[in-house]
Design a protein around this ligand. Structure first.
Ligand code: NAD
Length: 250
């Protein structure tokens, strides 16, 4: 571990200590140490062979879901569901910060439910969750197990309608209430901790524009277009940073 990472982590600890309202904005990178691939890293989903004629981006689009539901469900079950993944040290670190009354909210782009599994309570799921599914015909609700234990197009046992994940696919609109709560959380923060996101997917990346606080902190393995605006940028594995900070605040 480099001294630089130690120093930056201590700098972060001091920023967190001086914060009155700390909010986290997280992306796929925070779940990579749990074994869930992100989209845009070298080992991310967009670089993987998906065994089909379409790109990963198309497979996760509204058009694909409507026109090729069979293909959609094949890809979705194979590449988006990680039922055995467990929260890692970074998820637990954020849960601890909330329990200690330091962190007010997490706005996450992730759909894996790992923040909640780690014990975080105020989690705003910007893109929905794989744990919630609903029938597009009768509205009946189902958990993740239903999708995992069915084959092909998931059909509602009550009415035969297609059961879809409550996640925002490409081309789909976001839920107004979720956007409002996310904007409010970011706008009310004096410190915004942005973790594991390439900040390429809009409108999620645009949430940063609502931040008017003093401390924008980015923890990300790769560079982002917002690095210049940040008070602190830590280009490292978030699990290493969380380990240092957990150790310090035992
Ligand atoms: P992205 O793939 O575009 O970017 C992930 C970023 O995380 C990259 O910049 C990468 O450098 C960084 N990263 C990877 N491992 C890291 C680590 N250990 N520590 C620190 N940083 C690390 O993901 P995105 O910006 O979140 O956008 C992709 C969209 O797809 C989002 O909506 C996202 O939630 C969704 N998605 C979700 C999951 C999930 O729920 N776990 C997984 C893949 C994609």
């Amino acid at each position: 571990m480099t001294n630089n990472l130690q120093e930056q982590s201590l700098q972060l600890a001091s920023i967190i200590k001086g914060s009155k309202r700390l909010v986290a904005l997280t992306g796929a990178g925070i779940s990579v140490p749990s074994g869930i691939p992100d989209f845009r890293s070298a080992t991310g989903l967009y670089r993987m062979e998906n065994g089909g004629a379409f790109s990963a981006e198309f497979m996760l689009s509204h058009t694909c879901f409507c026109r090729y539901p069979e293909e959609f469900f094949r890809f979705y079950r194979q590449k988006m569901l990680y039922p055995d993944a467990k929260p890692n040290v970074a998820h637990r670190w954020l849960a601890r910060l909330e329990a200690a009354g330091i962190l007010s909210a997490i706005v996450t782009q992730n759909i894996d439910g790992l923040h909640t599994a780690a014990g975080s309570r105020n989690v705003i799921e910007f893109h929905g969750s794989v744990h919630r599914n609903y029938c597009t015909a009768c509205g009946a609700r189902y958990g993740l197990d239903f999708i995992l234990t069915t084959d092909g197009i998931a059909r509602c046992p009550q009415c035969g309608g297609i059961v879809r994940p409550d996640v925002v696919l490409y081309e789909e609109a976001l839920d107004d209430g979720v956007v409002r709560r996310s904007v409010d959380a970011v706008a009310s923060a004096d410190t915004l901790l942005v973790i594991g996101t390439s900040l390429i997917v809009y409108p999620a990346a645009g949430l940063i524009e609502y931040f008017g606080g003093r401390n924008l902190v980015l923890i990300n393995k790769g560079e982002t277009a917002f690095d210049r605006k940040a008070r602190l940028v830590i280009n490292a594995d978030v699990a290493s940073v969380a380990e240092i900070l957990n150790e310090k605040f035992k």
